[in-house]
Design a protein around this ligand. Structure first.
Ligand code: NAI
Ligand code: 2OP
Length: 313
């Protein structure tokens, strides 16, 4: 157990995440900060009052000011706008870059030793803002997306084969956008390659559904985007750090030459432990996978280029 985990943004993802963290007792304190007065306080109290029934001793803090996150071990950023039907994640760039800048200035001041997990979209570009504003080492600033995208791919595969989702392993590379790259060749069911169990056209359908997984939920909800699977995905990352499990998880990380990419946040397999990103794993890619990754990288690069005109260096 660590001392404190803080969640910035007490909206759908942030509050659900705070609840899940509290229930797992991964830290003594879970703090939530939001700009809307009363919301983090009310949600924190509500989660606290579930503790006697559910059985946990995590202490909840809700606040509109950043002294609440002082000395956090981990800070998760979920502050920002979610997309609405018809919007892409990239449409959030301008507004969320400004929110992210303000949030990260406060994290730098109040929790200078924290690990920062970015959730706000567009994810990979927001990681750049977080790195630039905090000035923290690369291993302490990374983003959640691949765990969620892989979880969606795993869900659809398990459904198609009518097998336990626990036995489906999958990896999704690249940026958290429509051009993400579900890696079919590295996807297995109880160790059996998916290509041995499903025909190519069915696999292609599942890949497409995964790429559109976020939009599928937005179409249903209409007023916001997914939050149950996203918050569960952050918990898997936090747990790997807190318990030093060293799980291999896809995270958006700053690449310095890996996969031939320099100075860009992209989703790749990483080892996640008590020091944050402890290793970046370089998988051999086929020509087609490489091509698809290049398309995804270009999309991330375009957002980062746009950021340079918005966020002061
Ligand atoms: P939401 O609208 O329910 O919650 C966002 C919260 O941020 C609101 O409570 C709002 O008051 C707060 N906020 C706004 N400006 C703030 C500031 N300056 N400081 C502190 N709090 C501030 O949205 P939701 O559904 O929780 O999504 C949050 C973000 O996470 C969105 O950008 C969404 O696109 C992204 N997301 C990313 C995922 C991923 O896989 N990386 C998955 C799901 C959501
Ligand atoms: C998702 O994939 C909105 O990025 C978020 O659901």
């Amino acid at each position: 157990m660590v001392h404190k985990i803080s969640v910035i943004g007490a909206g759908n993802v942030g509050a659900t995440l705070a609840q899940r963290l509290a229930e797992k007792e991964l830290s003594k304190y879970v703090a939530m900060v939001d700009v809307v007065e009363g919301v983090p306080q009310g949600k924190a109290l509500d989660i606290q009052e579930s503790a006697p029934v559910y059985g946990y001793d995590t202490q909840m803090i809700g606040s509109n000011t950043y002294d609440a996150i002082r000395d956090s071990d981990i800070v998760v950023i979920t502050a920002g706008l979610p997309r609405k039907p018809g919007m892409s994640r990239d449409d959030l760039l301008d507004a969320n870059a400004k929110i992210m800048t303000q949030v990260c200035e406060n994290i730098k001041k109040e929790a200078p030793n924290a690990m920062v997990i970015v959730v706000s979209n567009p994810l990979d570009a927001m990681c750049h803002v977080a790195l630039q504003v905090t000035g923290f080492p690369h291993r302490r600033v990374f983003g959640m997306a691949g765990v969620l995208d892989a979880a969606r791919f795993r869900t659809f595969i398990a459904e198609a084969l009518d097998v336990s989702v626990e036995q489906v392993q999958a990896f999704v590379l690249g940026g958290h956008g429509d051009s993400m790259v579900p890696l079919v060749r590295y996807t297995t069911i109880a160790g059996i390659p998916i290509a041995d169990l499903l025909p190519p056209d069915k696999i292609e359908q599942l890949v497409t559904r995964t790429r559109n997984g976020g939009a599928e939920i937005v179409q249903f909800l209409k007023t916001g985007s997914a939050y149950y699977a996203p918050s569960a995905s952050v918990v898997e990352m936090v747990e790997s750090i807190v318990k030093d499990k060293k799980k291999i998880l896809p995270c958006s990380v700053y690449l310095s030459g890996e996969y031939g990419i320099n100075g860009l946040y992209v989703g790749v397999p990483t080892k996640l432990g008590k020091n944050g990103i402890e290793q970046i794993l370089e998988l051999p890619l086929s020509d087609q996978e490489r091509q698809e990754l290049n398309v995804s990288i270009e999309d991330v690069k375009q957002n980062v280029e746009k950021l340079k005109t918005m966020v002061p260096a």
